[in-house]
Design a protein around this ligand. Structure first.
Ligand SMILES: C[S@@+](CC[C@H](N)C(=O)[O-])C[C@H]1O[C@@H](n2cnc3c(N)ncnc32)[C@H](O)[C@@H]1O
Length: 249
């Protein structure tokens, strides 16, 4: 097997155990099917900041391929030509920031974060070589811990180590670059509220068991331009350089 395919090797085994299939419907999608499905939205998979959320991401078979495709574009467009890795770093972290996942099982979440980090790091090290920085690697690792979460995509609650719902909602950060420079703005949103806005009502009702709570007026605000009600962040953070985002903790 080539190094390029190595990240898929573990999950070519589509089943970990019969028990996990029975308990959680855990059957991973094979690489060929992943690529065929992603090709249906090829343009989006090759847009650096297009957002993807996989609500039962397993160990990340879809998400790693999406990241691989986005990073190929970053390499093509922002390969450091005059020595500085800054533009490459900025766009590579934007690619990572655009990918979100939820899974019920902690070991899958950790495997998914590790696979995404490994793909990013192999690419970053190969592009930036001696200029690659550990502080930047840590920033990317931090983004993955915030974007790939252990939770129940049906109830929209975080789960404990046994996969049981806790009292905490799944909360995802939105990362943006409002000044078009190196400074990142983070705003956190509840997933159930985000899906309430974006989802088709009928689909949403089958998705969330916490419908009424998601309609709590404190979680919505009026868009000053369109006057429509839009999700309100539950937390906002000051602008910070992309290499320092982990310092928000
Ligand atoms: C069929 S596997 C698919 C994994 C991955 N999407 C893929 O295609 O390789 C289903 C995954 O959903 C997870 N899962 C099952 N119920 C879930 C729930 N209520 N919320 C989040 N994840 C769930 C399982 O742990 C498993 O990893």
């Amino acid at each position: 097997m080539s190094a390029e395919n190595a990240t898929f090797y573990d999950t070519e085994q589509q089943i970990k155990s019969k028990q996990r299939v029975a308990d959680h419907g855990e059957v991973f999608t094979a690489e060929r099917e992943v690529n065929a499905m992603l090709d249906l939205v090829k343009q989006e998979t090759e847009r650096i900041d297009s957002t993807f959320l996989e609500p039962a991401c397993g160990t990340g078979n879809f998400l790693v391929e999406i990241l691989r495709r986005k990073l190929a574009v970053v390499r093509r467009e922002y390969f450091p030509r005059r020595g500085s890795c800054h533009d490459y770093e900025l766009h590579a972290i934007k690619a990572v920031m655009s990918i979100y996942g939820v899974d019920l099982l902690q070991d899958n979440v950790e495997a998914c974060q590790t696979r995404l980090f490994t793909i990013f790091d192999e690419e970053y090290t190969s592009v930036c070589k001696g200029d690659a920085s550990d502080a930047y690697r840590e920033a990317v690792r931090y983004v993955l811990t915030q974007n790939i979460l252990c939770g129940n995509a049906l109830s929209m609650m975080k789960v404990d180590a046994k996969g049981q719902d806790t009292e905490d909602f799944i909360v995802f950060p939105e990362w943006s670059f409002p000044r078009n420079d190196s400074m990142v703005k983070r705003r956190d949103f509840r997933l159930d509220v985000l899906l309430k806005e974006n989802g088709d009502e009928d689909n949403y009702d089958t998705f969330s068991l916490f419908d009424d709570d998601a309609m709590n007026l404190d979680l919505w605000e009026e868009d000053p331009v369109t006057k429509e009600m839009i999700p309100k962040p539950i937390r906002e953070y000051p602008l910070i350089h992309y290499r320092r985002i982990a310092e928000h903790e």
